[in-house]
Design a protein around this ligand. Structure first.
Ligand code: ANZ
Length: 846
C-alpha cells in the first residue's frame, strides 16, 4: 500500500527487536530517571478491536517518547483474565474457561506483537495464573487482619441472569452493567471490603489529582462517594425504649419537622409495623411487597406520585417535644443515612409532595424573603430602569398552596432560640443544643457503600477462608496458599445461584489446619476488580514467589506516571485501585497514596457514528486491519485521527493518507546523498528552521498528548524536505540529511518500523527507538521579524519590528502602546482600527 512494503519492513524490525529485547526496562543499576507508562490491561474475552489499537498506540507513543528523552521506561502488559465474560463464553462454547482464556490471550498477544508496541514482555502477567491470584488471596487476608474484609448479611444486588451478586458499582440504572438484566435485591451473607473507612481520604485526595486526571472522572468519583455533611438527630419513639436516629443535612429546620418517614424495607419499619393494629399491619405488608418490586431509581425519582402507610405511632421532636406521626414511604431508602428521616415539608420538596398527598401539616421555619446576614438589600432595575417589585411576601410563597418547598437561604422563624439566625449559624447552634441535650451531633453520610466482593462463579480467585464445623471462619494458613481452582472438567458451570465450587466435593471438603477437624472451603470467588486493583504493582517484580510485589521496586517505579484507558473505568476500577493503594500505604508497603499520577481517557473508536459491538456485528477487528494495512499505517492513522480524548469514527480515519505519508518519509531518507558527518550549519537555513522548530515543539506537544499535531507537523517537515531535494542544493544539502534524521527520530513513537528503516538507510546501526532526541539549536528558533507600519488618519506615523507570526490583537496592542503613536493621536478619538497582521495597523481618528 502507498508504495512501500509495510509487511516486510515490519517483520524485519520485529525480528530484530525480538532478538535483542531493546525495550526491556533497565534494572536497578540503570541511572537514568524512570517513567512508568501503563495502558489498562485487556480482558481476553475475544479478539482485540480498534479501540485496543488506539489504546496501545497512545501508551506506546508515550513510552517511546520518554525513552527518547533519556528515561528508563517501564511499559508492561498483562491480561485481566478472570471473570464472567470468559466464563459465559466458555459455557456457551462448551470449552473450559482456562483453555478458552489462554487461547484468546495467545491471539491477542500475537496482534500486539505485530503492532510493534514496545512492551517489556519479560513482565507479562495473567491474573488467572495461580502465581498471580495467590497474591489476591494474600491481599484478602491482609485486609481481613486489619478488619477491612468482613462478612455480613444484607440485601444485595442480584443479577437473575448471571446468577451472581454485583457490587453497587456494577449496577447501572438499575441493571447489570454486563448483561443488562434488571437487578433485584436479595438478602445474602457475603464478603465485603470496608472501602467506606476510606471515604474521606478517597474524596479529599482527589484534590491532588486536579489537573492530572480528567475533570469528568474526578467529578464522577466525587459524586459516587457522595459526602453529605449535617447532623445525626435522635428521636424518642412513644412506647419504644430505643431512640431512632435520623440523618439530616438541614438540622437548622428541626423546628419545622412535622412527621417522620422510615424506609418500608428497613428493620425498624418491620418492627414498628409488627406492633401495629392488624389493619395497619396488613396495609404495611401489602405496601412492602410493592416496594420490593420497585427499583431504586424509581424510588428516588421525584415525579412519581408519593405513596406510604401511616404506622399509627409517634416520634417526639427532641427540640420542642412535638409529636410527629410516623409513616413508612418508599422515597426513604433503607441503606442511606439511617433509613429514617425527619420530614420538613416546608423546606424539602420530597417531604412537601408527601405532605400534600396525605394532608400532613407544613410549618415554615425559614423566612426566605428576609435578607441574610451581612447582605445589603439591592434594588434591581429592569431594562427600562424601573425598579423590579420587591420579592414576594412569605404569605405568597406558602408551600402548601404553591407546591414549591422553600429551599433557599433566609432567616430562621418560629424556631425558638434559632430565630433570626442564618442557615449556617442556625446549623451550628442547633448542633450545640442537641449535643448539650445528648440528642444529636454533627455527622457525615456517604453514598459510597462497602465493596461486595463475593461472586458465585467459577472463574475467579477462590476466597482463602475456611468454615469450621463449629461455625468459625478462619483464614487458610499462608503456607497453604494459593488455594487453586479445582479442574473445571466435570463441574457444572451454568449459573444456579450458588457457586459451582460448592459442588466440587473433594475440593470443598478439607480440614481445619489447627485441629484436623473437617472444614469447608469458602465456595465463592472474588470480584475480578480485586485482581485489577493492584496489578500495576505486580509488574514491578513479576514472578516473585515470596511476595506480592517488591517494596523496593515499588518505591523506585510507582506510582504509575501515565495511565491510559477508557472512561468506562471512571468509577469502578479506578476507585478500587485508589482504595487498595491507600490500604497498602497504611500497611507501609507503598510510600504513595495515589496509584496513578496522571490519567488520560482516550475516546472511543466508533463506526458509522455508532458504537462498535459484537452484538451489532460491526466490530472492526484489529487483526484484520493489521493484516490489511500493517502496523505503522494503523498507528499513524489513529494518532492523526484527532485529539486523544475525542471519539474517532473508523469510517473517517484515513489509512490511505497515513500510508502515503510513510512512503514519502521513506523516500526522503532514500534520497539523502550526504554523509553522516556532514556539517549541518552549512545547510538550507529555511529547512533547518522548520526542523529545529519541530525538535523544540515535539516534546511539549507529546507531553500534552497532542499526538495528532505532531503527526501533522511531521507531514509538513517531510514536504519541506521534498521541496529542498527537488530544488536548490538538492539531496546533497546537509539540511536535508539533518531533517531526515529528525523525521526518523520523531517518527519513531508513531511509526517505529518505518522510523527504524529510515535510520538504517541513513547509515546508523543502532535502534532509533533508543536514540535520545536532539536538542534544537536556539539560534534557529528566533522568529522571523517583519516591519509593520502604523498609520494614523492615513499617514504613516511609526514603524514596528514584529514577529512574522504576530496575532492581530498583539499587533494592535503594540501599536497603541507605542509612544510615537500616542503622541500623534493626541486627544483625538479613535473611531476605528484596521489591523492587517503582520504588516499594517491603521487608526481612523476624529
Ligand atoms: C431534614 C431536611 C430538611 C432535609 C430540609 C433536607 C432538607 P443528601 O444531600 O442526599 O445527603 N434523607 C436522609 N436519609 C435519607 C434516606 N435514607 N432516604 C431518603 N432521604 C434521606 O440528602 C440528605 C437529606 O435527605 C437529609 O436531610 C434527609 O432530609 C434526607 F429542608 O433532613 B433532610
Amino acid at each position: 500500500e502507498g508504495g512501500y512494503d509495510a509487511h516486510a519492513i515490519q517483520a524485519k524490525w520485529q525480528a530484530l527487536w525480538a532478538e535483542s529485547d531493546p525495550f526491556r526496562a533497565g534494572g536497578d543499576d540503570d541511572t537514568r530517571p524512570r517513567k512508568y507508562v501503563l495502558a489498562m490491561f485487556p480482558y481476553p474475552s475475544g479478539d482485540l478491536h480498534m479501540g485496543h489499537a488506539e489504546n496501545y498506540v497512545y501508551s506506546d507513543i508515550v513510552a517511546r517518547f520518554w525513552r527518547h528523552r533519556g528515561y528508563n521506561v517501564l511499559n508492561p502488559i498483562g491480561w485481566d483474565s478472570f471473570g464472567l465474560p470468559a466464563e459465559n463464553a466458555a459455557i456457551k462454547r462448551g470449552a473450559n474457561p482456562p483453555t478458552w482464556t489462554y487461547a484468546n490471550i495467545a491471539q491477542q498477544r500475537a496482534s500486539m506483537e505485530q503492532y510493534g508496541v514496545s512492551f517489556d514482555w519479560s513482565r507479562v502477567l495473567h491474573t488467572s495464573d495461580p502465581d498471580y491470584y495467590r497474591w489476591n488471596q494474600w491481599l484478602f487476608q491482609k485486609l481481613y487482619e486489619r478488619g477491612l474484609a468482613y462478612r455480613k448479611q444484607s440485601p444485595v444486588n442480584w443479577c437473575p441472569n448471571d446468577q451472581t451478586v454485583l457490587a453497587n458499582e456494577q449496577v447501572v440504572d438499575g441493571r447489570c452493567e454486563r448483561c443488562g438484566a434488571e437487578v433485584v435485591k436479595k438478602k445474602l451473607t457475603q464478603w465485603y471490603f470496608r472501602i467506606t473507612d476510606y471515604a474521606d481520604r478517597l474524596l479529599d485526595d482527589l484534590n491532588q489529582l486536579e489537573g492530572f486526571w480528567p475533570q469528568k472522572v474526578i467529578q464522577m468519583q466525587r459524586n459516587w462517594i457522595g459526602r453529605s455533611v449535617g447532623a445525626d438527630i435522635r428521636f424518642e419513639i412513644e412506647g419504644r425504649a430505643e431512640k431512632v436516629t435520623v440523618f439530616s443535612t438541614r438540622p437548622d429546620t428541626l423546628h419545622g419537622a412535622t412527621f417522620m418517614v422510615i424506609a418500608p424495607d428497613s428493620d425498624l419499619a418491620a418492627e414498628i409495623a409488627s406492633e401495629a393494629p392488624a389493619d395497619v399491619r396488613m396495609r404495611f405488608q401489602a405496601y412492602l411487597e410493592t416496594v420490593q418490586r420497585t427499583t431504586e431509581i424509581d424510588r428516588q425519582s421525584t415525579d412519581r406520585p408519593k405513596t406510604g402507610v401511616f404506622l399509627e405511632r409517634y416520634a417526639i421532636n427532641p427540640i420542642n417535644g412535638e409529636r410527629l406521626p410516623i409513616w413508612a414511604a418508599d422515597y426513604v431508602l433503607a441503606d442511606y443515612g439511617h433509613g429514617a428521616v425527619m420530614a420538613v415539608p416546608a423546606h424539602d420538596q420530597r417531604d412537601l409532595d408527601f405532605a400534600r398527598a396525605f394532608d400532613l401539616p407544613v410549618k415554615v421555619v425559614v423566612d426566605t424573603t428576609a435578607p441574610i446576614t451581612g447582605a445589603i438589600p439591592v434594588i434591581e432595575l429592569d431594562d427600562d430602569g424601573v425598579p423590579i417589585e420587591p420579592e414576594a411576601s412569605l404569605d405568597e410563597l406558602d408551600p402548601v398552596r404553591t407546591g414549591i418547598a422553600l429551599t433557599g437561604e433566609g432567616r430562621m422563624i418560629r424556631s425558638g432560640s434559632l430565630d433570626g439566625l442564618s442557615k449556617r449559624n442556625a446549623i451550628a447552634r442547633v448542633i450545640e443544643e442537641l449535643e448539650a441535650a445528648g440528642t444529636g451531633h454533627a455527622a457525615k453520610t456517604y453514598r459510597l457503600r462497602d465493596w461486595l466482593i463475593s461472586r458465585q462463579r467459577y472463574w475467579g480467585t477462590p476466597i482463602p477462608m475456611l468454615h469450621t464445623e463449629d461455625g468459625q471462619i478462619i483464614p487458610v494458613p499462608e503456607d497453604q496458599l494459593p488455594v487453586t481452582l479445582p479442574d473445571a472438567d466435570g463441574l457444572d458451570l451454568t449459573p444456579k445461584g450458588a457457586s459451582p465450587l460448592g459442588a466440587a466435593t473433594e475440593w470443598v471438603n478439607t480440614v481445619d489446619p489447627a485441629t484436623g477437624a473437617p472444614a469447608l472451603r469458602d465456595p465463592d470467588t472474588m470480584d475480578t476488580f480485586v485482581d485489577s486493583s493492584w496489578y500495576f504493582l505486580r509488574f514491578l517484580s513479576p514472578g516473585d514467589t515470596a511476595q506480592a510485589f517488591s517494596v523496593e521496586q515499588a518505591a523506585r517505579w510507582a506510582p504509575v506516571d501515565f495511565y491510559i484507558g477508557g472512561v468506562e473505568h471512571a468509577i469502578l476500577h479506578l476507585l478500587y485501585a485508589r482504595f487498595i493503594t491507600k490500604a497498602l500505604y497504611d500497611m507501609k508497603l507503598v510510600d504513595f497514596t495515589e496509584p496513578f499520577s496522571s490519567l488520560i481517557n482516550q475516546g472511543m473508536v466508533i463506526l458509522g457514528g455508532a458504537k462498535m459491538s459484537k452484538s451489532k456485528g460491526n466490530l472492526v477487528l484489529f487483526q484484520e486491519e493489521l493484516e490489511q494495512h500493517g502496523a505503522d499505517v494503523l498507528r499513524v492513522a489513529l494518532a492523526f485521527a484527532g485529539p486523544v480524548e475525542d471519539d474517532k469514527d473508523w469510517d473517517d480515519v484515513s489509512t490511505t493518507g497515513a500510508a502515503k505519508f510513510l512512503a514519502r518519509a521513506l523516500r526522503v531518507a532514500r534520497d539523502v546523498t550526504s554523509e553522516t558527518d556532514v556539517v549541518w550549519a552549512e545547510g538550507d537555513a529555511a529547512l533547518r528552521r522548520v526542523t529545529h522548530r519541530l525538535l523544540a515543539d515535539a516534546p511539549g506537544l507529546i507531553e500534552h498528548t497532542k499526538f495528532n499535531v505532531v503527526v501533522a507537523r511531521l507531514m509538513e517537515l517531510v514536504n519541506a524536505i521534498r521541496k529542498v531535494i527537488d530544488s536548490g542544493a538538492g539531496a546533497a544539502d546537509p539540511a536535508v540529511r539533518e531533517a531526515a534524521e529528525a523525521v526518523a527520530m520523531l517518527l519513531d513513537p508513531f511509526a517505529p518500523h518505518v522510523a527504524e528503516e529510515m535510520w538504517e538507510i541513513l547509515g546508523y546501526d543502532k535502534f532509533v527507538g533508543l536514540a535520545v532526541w536532539r536538542q534544537p539549536d536556539p539560534t534557529l528558533l528566533v522568529e522571523d521579524t517583519v516591519t509593520a507600519v502604523v498609520q494614523i488618519g492615513g499617514k504613516v506615523r511609526a514603524t514596528l519590528d514584529v514577529p512574522a507570526r504576530i496575532t492581530p490583537d498583539a499587533l494592535e496592542k503594540l501599536a497603541r502602546d507605542d509612544e510615537r503613536v500616542q503622541r500623534a493621536i493626541g486627544d483625538r478619538e479613535i473611531v476605528r482600527v484596521i489591523v492587517r497582521a503582520p504588516k499594517v495597523v491603521s487608526f481612523i481618528v476624529r
